[in-house]
Structure formats: structure tokens, C-alpha cells
Design a protein around this ligand. Sequence first.
Ligand code: AMP
Length: 207
Amino acid sequence: MIIIIMGPQGSGKGTQADKLADKFDMIHVSTGDILRDEVQRHGKYEDIVKECMNKGELVPDKINDAIVKKVVERYKKGLILDGYPRSMHQAQEILNMTKIDYIVSLNIDDETAVERISKRLICTSNHKVFIEGKITKEDIKECEDSGGKIIKREDDTPENVKSRLKVYHEETAPIIDYFKKQKQNVIEVDATKPINEVYEDILKLMN
Ligand code: AMP
């Protein structure tokens, strides 16, 4: 089974992908996490990835297509893809690569997205998301599951989030209609609700 999770920054893609991956024993792959790792380990695309991320722009399609091709080949039996596709080109690529069982679209307004991102922290090791204020000051240093450092993402600045939302509306959101026209199984969910309610709504709609 292959599930794609789509939605703007702060819609909870990673959180819902983790929950679905646990339930269905699938692998959760985030292209954003893979690209951040590429920068962290000074991979061959370090400079271009860093530059695009810092500007809130999309990283070139060919880099993401190559990443996803490998991931799809490897985890075809149970994959939750988070962060890809993000452009019309990528949407066409993924349909050429594989059959998709569900496309989950998490809907939130920009104001909620900006507010959520302003409080978001992540673990550098297992990429788990924490919300500032919901964990104590001492906890902010280390993730209890992985021991990894908990940090604010470099690209989670208010200006950057605005650029990323603009890119989302212009380049990524139109993909949802494209998938519907292609008769794909698109599930749309109100992602402003609490995490567990969103999760239950997804499961109900997946039937
Ligand atoms: P995310 O962790 O999903 O918020 O992604 C962080 C950043 O990685 C994005 O703002 C883009 O710069 C880049 N990125 C992640 N996935 C893709 C993709 N499929 N296509 C282009 N850029 C991407």
C-alpha cells in the first residue's frame, strides 16, 4: 500500500504519517527529512538544498525524483510519503512510478499554519515534532526517545514560512485537483482539529 500525505506547513503531515505508519506497519518517508540529512552529512547536494530551504523555495525536482524513485522501489509494500509530490511535475512522476492507494490532504488555514510553526521544535535524530510550551525548558535540550538534540528548524522563521505557504498555494495545492481529475483516491480532512480527531477522520474516510 502507498499513501501520500499532503498539506501546508504545520498541517501535521509528519505526525499523522507516523501514526498511520504505526497502525499499518508501513515506512514513513519525508523528503524534507532526507534533504535535511543531506545537508547535515554534507552530501553532494548540500549547497543547493541549503540554499533552496533557506529561501523557502522548492529543491529542484530532479533531486527529489531520484530520492523518491529509490524509496518507492524499496518500500512499495508499505510506504507513507510525506512532502512529495510538491510540484505538478512531481505529481506526474509519482503516477508514472507507482499505483497510489490513498492521497490524504490535510487542510488548514494560513493563520493556523503560521501559529503552529512558530511553536514547532524538532528532534535532529528521529525528526519527532515538539510544541514549544508543551514541554519543559529542560526537556527542550534532548529527545527522550532518541537522545537527539531538540532544535528549532532553521527554515521555521516567520518570513520563510510565508514564502513556503506561497509556494504551497501556487505549486502544490493545484496537485490535489489534478489527482482528483486523474480519479485518484483523494481524502480531504480538516486538520485544524486535535491530532487524534484528525487521525480518526482519516481512518474513517479510508474505510
Ligand atoms: P518539509 O520538511 O516537508 O517542510 O520540507 C522542508 C523543505 O524541503 C521545503 O521547504 C523544500 O525546500 C524542501 N522539500 C521537501 N520536499 C520537497 C519536494 N518534494 N520538492 C521540492 N522541495 C522539497
